[in-house]
Design a protein around this ligand. Structure first.
Ligand code: SF4
Length: 258
């Protein structure tokens, strides 16, 4: 009988890393993988390296045959968006389904007990998803504890960005674009270039109604608004830390950023 594969997708984010720590001893045959869009922020690779060293695991780095720019061209220059997520399909889901092929597999998904989202549901019947954190009641505080106890802590991007994923991900909030501009000006420039690099003069924006350069032109205002919002949220949720408030973003990509 063919063996069932046990797989865990790492995003470079805290939840999937915590799940890897949590299951490492329980499922020794686990296959860890990371689907690389080649548009990730550098801190993601650093955090994966740290995890690899800490657990002594091997991570399979998967990639699509063709890169983002190829699919952008196929989409006639239309940038992906929450409504048109061809990036996730082409750069994340297809390489994953190829990696599994026709094998029977159990995919361990890091959705937490305090989250209200469903995550990626494989379209293939040979892949079954399970949610250990939901089953075992592990919430955000539990994830932080797992990472602290393992000596890993949070990914380094966490003080300016709430999720892993592509540097130009359209799920970013404006304050995170400001963070990209301050922490990786070169990547910000490349993201801005994607908005305007059309020979016929078309301009697409990662954010609805505002270009990245317009966002940066009013970055002090965005920072002030964000500080005020955070202050208000912290005042009404006194048992939450700053990073918990930053984490309360249910709009992000559940395939790329768990
Ligand atoms: S991280 Fe964002 S931009 Fe990158 S593949 Fe996922 S949804 Fe698309």
């Amino acid at each position: 009988m063919k063996k069932v594969r046990h797989i865990l997708g790492l995003s470079g984010g805290k939840d999937s890393a915590a799940l890897a720590v949590y299951l490492h001893d329980k499922i020794p045959e686990m296959e860890y993988f990371f689907t690389d869009t080649h548009k990730e922020i550098p801190e993601t690779y650093d955090f994966l390296d740290k995890l690899k060293a800490r657990l002594g695991i091997r991570i399979e780095y998967l990639s699509a045959d063709k890169g983002f720019d190829h699919f952008l061209e196929l989409n006639n220059g239309f940038l992906p968006s929450a409504q048109q997520r061809w990036c996730t399909v082409q750069l994340k889901l297809k390489p994953l389904e190829e990696f599994i092929g026709s094998d029977e597999a159990i995919s361990y998904v890091a959705i937490r007990a305090d989250e209200n989202r469903s995550g990626y549901m494989p379209t293939r019947p040979n892949i079954q998803s399970v949610f250990p954190f939901m089953e075992d009641g592990i919430d955000l505080a539990g994830v932080h504890k797992i990472l602290e106890d393992a000596g890993l802590g949070l990914p380094a991007y966490y003080n300016w960005r709430s999720r892993s994923g592509c540097y130009f991900c359209f799920f970013q909030r404006k304050i995170e674009w400001v963070g990209l501009h301050e922490n990786h000006p070169d990547l910000f420039e490349q993201a801005a270039e994607y908005e305007s690099a059309h020979s016929d003069g078309r301009v697409y924006t990662w954010n609805e109604g505002e270009t990245l350069r317009e966002i940066i032109a009013r970055k002090e205002e965005i920072k002030r608004e964000y500080a005020l919002r955070k202050e208000r949220e912290l005042a009404t949720r006194s048992n939450k830390s700053l990073s918990d408030v930053f984490d309360d973003d249910e709009d992000a990509c559940t395939v790329c950023a768990l």
